[in-house]
Design a protein around this ligand. Structure first.
Ligand SMILES: [Zn+2]
Length: 439
């Protein structure tokens, strides 16, 4: 097992006390951190890394995304949600092949590693190919194959997704975990949700689903089922298993109490919510009730990038603006949402802090740059000044996936070429455009 010693780092530990260490060492043995502050006596590293002028912190966890949607980046701009989906996104998704998914996912994981993401929860189609991309990249991921109901699915059905879950559970040395992925209470019939929940309970996995994205969805649900979308999920047993619920924008007091009563993580996607004009997840109210709230980017067709540092910043800004109160979402809270809260939701509760015994899922940011000075408050520097491009090193399970901005597990040149070629072909574009860019 490889032993790594990182020296002279400023460490934002995100431990319970919010400890920050200057000029510290972090010792890593195998996949875990064994010491923080000073290396243990007699620790003989295989590699020592000088992290002078770098901040070390836990890597980000993107708790809701659709990684292969990178091929739709910039393809559906300035449209209301229904037109965004029906006129642009679905036109492309309905003709996807598993090979498109593979290259779209590789493009996504390359971007994620470069932005300091160490794990993500994905919800898409042809998920075996996303799993292949995760395995190659060295990242962690919680994967769900999205289904809509008994029919009209893409590439599989509920039983097929159960086979997928069992095929990949614990794969890639435990870096891949799997759950079921019914799309949402507005696309799935209650009977199908109940069946999915029963299957999830039987095979011992959780569920990743979209929930309460708009008031219109709530109104329709009340009309059709006499219940809110949150109540529909509760009555059909979805919350009897650990659930990741993306969005949760239009939820009332009763819904919030239901979420708090069960093992539900709410994932806010601030960039997507702002860009599509969706509204604001009531994060402070949910947190006051004890709900675990994590952050996600959603797919790049809506948020255009997979930048978790930006999501953390927007998570702070959107609540401060919404409540017209600079004191909400204070300190390192948005960073915790973007790291350890997501890790907990994905099933790695021992990731997301820089503490002895924690999984070595960490990043370094280069702060030898103008926008990092002065360093009165490293948390404020990280949250409000740092850029994703400042991430210089990314480590998952004690293994470097990026060093000095160089990706170590992926052939980036090939990925850029294949991903753009396939994206253009999907929308009927020309390869010659790619050549022009490359010239
Ligand atoms: Zn989504």
């Amino acid at each position: 097992m490889t032993k790594t010693l990182i020296q002279h780092a400023d460490v934002v530990t995100l431990d319970a006390a919010g400890t920050i260490l200057r000029d510290a060492e972090v010792a890593i043995d195998g996949e875990r951190i064994v010491a923080v502050g000073r290396a243990p006596a007699g620790f003989q590293p295989d590699e020592a890394l000088d992290a002078t002028n770098h901040v070390l912190m836990p890597g980000f966890v993107n708790a809701h995304t659709h990684a292969p949607m990178t091929f739709e980046r910039g393809w559906a701009e300035d449209l209301p949600l229904d037109r965004w989906f029906n006129e642009r996104v679905w036109v492309v998704e309905s003709q996807l092949t598993d090979e498109d998914v593979y290259w779209g996912a590789l493009l996504a994981v390359a971007e994620m590693i470069r932005g300091g993401t160490v794990a993500f929860a994905d919800h898409y189609f042809y998920m075996d190919r996303v799993a292949d991309a995760v395995e190659t990249s060295g990242l962690r991921a919680l994967l769900a194959w999205c289904v809509f109901g008994e029919e009209n699915n893409i590439g599989t059905d509920l039983q097929g997704t159960v086979d997928f879950v069992q095929r990949w559970q614990g794969a890639a040395d435990g870096r891949i975990r799997t759950v079921l992925g019914p799309h949402s209470p507005y696309m799935c019939e209650p009977r199908f949700l109940a069946r999915t929940a029963a299957v999830a309970a039987r095979i011992g996995v959780g569920i990743h689903i979209h929930l309460a994205e708009s008031q219109e969805q709530v109104d329709n649900s009340l009309k059709l089922h006499d219940r809110s979308p949150v109540e529909v999920l509760e009555t059909n047993g979805v919350f009897d298993v650990p659930t990741i619920a993306a969005h949760c924008i239009s939820i009332n007091e009763i819904d919030q109490e239901i979420l708090a009563r069960h093992e539900v993580t709410v994932v806010q996607c601030p960039n997507c919510h702002m860009k599509l004009g969706m509204g604001v997840t009531p994060v402070p109210a949910l947190q006051a009730k004890g709900v675990n709230v994590a952050l996600g980017t959603d797919g790049t067709a809506s948020s255009n990038d997979l930048n978790m540092l930006k999501e953390a910043r927007l998570a702070a800004l959107i609540q401060k603006l919404h409540h017209r109160d600079p004191e909400v979402m204070p300190g390192d809270l948005p960073l915790r949402m973007a790291t350890q809260n997501g890790a907990r939701a994905l099933g790695w509760p021992d990731s997301g802090t820089i503490t002895p015994g924690a999984l070595a899922d960490l990043i370094l940011l280069d702060c030898d740059q103008p926008h990092w000075r002065p360093r009165h408050d490293l948390v404020a520097n990280l949250l409000h000044s740092a850029q994703a491009g400042d991430v210089s090193h990314t480590m998952v399970a004690g293994r470097w996936l990026m060093k000095d901005r160089r990706l170590l597990t992926l052939d980036v040149e090939r990925i850029l070429w294949e991903a753009e070629k396939r994206a253009l072909a999907l929308v009927g574009g020309e390869l010659s455009v790619v050549r022009m860019y490359a010239a």
